[in-house]
Write a protein that binds this ligand. Sequence first.
Ligand code: ADP
Ligand code: MG
Length: 633
Amino acid sequence: MGKKTTHKFKAEISQLLDILVHSLYTNKEIFLRELVSNASDALEKYRFQSSSAENGTDDSQPLEIRIETDEEAGTLTVTDTGVGMTREEVMANIGTIAHSGTAQIAKMAEEGKESLDTLIGRFGVGFYSVYMVADEVTVKTRSMHPDSPVIAWTSDGRTDYKLQELDEDMPHGTSITVQLMDDLKSQFTNKDHIKQVLTRHSNFVNFPIMVGDERVNTVPALWREPKFQIKPEQYAEFYKFLTYDSEAPFDTMHTSVDAPVQFNALMFIPPKSTDFLTGMNRDNWGLDLYVRRVLIQRQNKDLLPEYLSFVRGVVDTEDLPLNISRETLQDNVLMRKISSTLTKQVLSHLEKMAADNADRYAEFWKEHGSIFKAGYMDFLHKDRYAKLVRFDSSALEGTDSLTSLAEYVSRAREGQKEIYYAYGASREALALNPHLEMFRRKGIEVLYLYEPIDEFAMDTIREFEEFKLVAAEHADPAALNGFETKDEDKQDVPELNEEQSSTLDKLMARIKEVLGDSVSEVKVSARLSDSPVCLSNPDGHVTSSMDKIMRAVSKDTSIPVKVLEVNPDHELVRNMIDIYTKNENDPFVEQAARQLYESALLLEGYLTDPHALVGRIQSLLTQSSGWYVKAEK
Ligand code: ADP
Ligand code: MG
């Protein structure tokens, strides 16, 4: 047995230890994470060094971490079969300054500028965090290098530590015995509690963690394994473990990146959307961040943008310090690099899926499209986003069909320079939308939007392959008129003669008089064919649906003042011209004007009180049925 020597800690360490010993920090269990992580590092180093030829070792020690407790003595021991330390290494690693930040932490904690909680996270006090729970710590270690003696290091964590060479035999590695503080003894000698703590913080440590005979970390760090060695079942198992999902993932992305930053990522697209951006589940997204297999943060929200929040999984990097805090993570340059690489990878993955298998992509879109659409805010990837969004369209049949903007462009009519879209409650509603009559007549495709977010997306994309995105209701009828009408839709309506034309002008003036300030203008429409009238926006910038969103936001329940467009070729309007010619004051003109206006309001979703409208319909039906009965007789 060697002579026992006493060594003073460096001043900064003493200071730090003093703070830790007297801390009221509640999350004391993280000391175990730190010890296990050091053990894991030591095993990793051993594995690396023993794999090089000159250090070839012959022993058959299992590479593992053991945790033993002694209730009576009030101790907890963490043992690993890693590299171990020589006397000099012990002194250098846990006697002098181990972290350049130590002095700084001590200073900051002393000045009370930051809570210990933040500081432990930010700088990582690793080994010394054990003094939050320990009255005394004994480290016994033997280096893997041949003929290394066993070294014992003991300290109560106050001012000094004792070193001694022991005669006993032990395999390479390190064993750290923690003499627990009285009030923490029962907690940290309780095997079940320890297992819980380990599952919480160290579940994916890549070496077995044994508590007694039981291995605690049952799920290996799958993301670190070479891809070709992993079976789909293993991915599925891990996915289920991670998400508590009962089904296998829809898709798996497993990557390993070395530049510009090193990381491994294992990401999944779930088979079902969880709608976590609304309601209760709002925060339930994000990738778990590991640093060297040690969990740093669950559901980190900086690794992927919110519109990719349907992606679940883990990221593990070598390049971040183990104890980086959440605050520093947010504006960490490496994190930004990882995030930017991950985002690109997910987008590429989706692009490939869309190119290789449109049906599969449609399946993906059905579940996660609504969330993905929020990506219109990602200006950096605007072009890629525009290629990945899908819409229903007037050119498609059936309910499950989706088109990309590229497909729209490929179907565009010759000379067409714009992509048209319209917002509506459903396919059926849009098929009856008067604003789209012109498009139907000309056989020009219109994208059907059903969610408010779609319109924001359109506003942001603005242009696709030199096609401008234009709301159908803003399309210039004159430009559309240039396209030839589909034969089956050609209508043989006789032109208005001069007299009829001038009556039409007077009729419209009369309608304006009847409707007063509820409409800003009554004018002849160029876009209508099947409907007698429609309402359009006076300024022509905001679509009616966008207008509705803005009104909802500002809680404006008034009925907007719009332009009433009249279709002079419609039978009803022609009849009105005849009636007006016979008698300018025929009450039918007024009745019809109000009825047409309110029906148009109803179609646009603005009619809040249908009483007048229903009353008029009923009296018209009564009248017309009377004529019908008379005619029969
Ligand atoms: P870090 O792990 O960030 O380096 P720590 O304070 O946790 O900081 O540990 C300080 C150093 O002590 C480690 O870098 C390592 O060299 C040494 N060390 C700690 N625990 C062990 C162990 N179980 N086996 C070998 N070396 C260890
Ligand atoms: Mg450490």
